[in-house]
Design a protein around this ligand. Sequence first.
Ligand code: B16
Ligand code: MG
Length: 214
Amino acid sequence: MDTIRAIIFDLDGVICFTDNYHYQAWKELADAEGIYFDEKINGRLRGVSRMESLDIILERASRCYTQEEKEQLATRKNESYVRLLEKMSPRDLSDEVKNTLDTLRQRGYKLAIGSSSKNTKKILKQIGLDGYFDAVSDGTNITKSKPDPEVFIKAAEMVEEKPENCLVVEDALAGIDAAYAGGFISAGIGDAASHKYVTYPIHTFSDLLSIDKL
Ligand code: B16
Ligand code: MG
């Protein structure tokens, strides 16, 4: 097996949790448009880009939306979501996550973010991790979102490591698909722990410290 030199973390669902804010913002939009939306459908949006999330929500719509209307809806949702993100603070970063990151850094690993979110830098700032990571690859520097491996490949390039020397940590099935497609070793938490392609299923974030290769 290859040596791990860098760890690439998904953001939402791994480092912090913004699911509920996504839910509130999509729900407000869906209600205004008269489209059925619930928490189960929200679960399908995990790790998926903003426009692909909108397409999932519009599966329940009673009419077709033009591309221009879809872009307006996505903008409206994002404006609500960004307002909700203002509520986040360093209290939204758990001691478990922060202590684990610090220990991995002390062990000499390069630490990077690989997130589909275009709001990654804002979220990192809100939770007090602005400038913490060696590299941030996110929705602003990719053309294809997960399950395409682009976001992780860009992160590996930023830290100057090959995919086989990087561990990807993910909570979304699409994220493990992306890691596998890119030739990365992976650790899966939550839903992602039972993915057939996950290398290391983990129960809680600090379990990373017990992975034999780390
Ligand atoms: P935005 P991750 C993902 O973040 C979220 O899980 C997903 O629900 C969201 O649609 C996506 O970011 C895009 O977010 O609208 O902020 O660009 O899990 O890849 O860190
Ligand atoms: Mg995620």
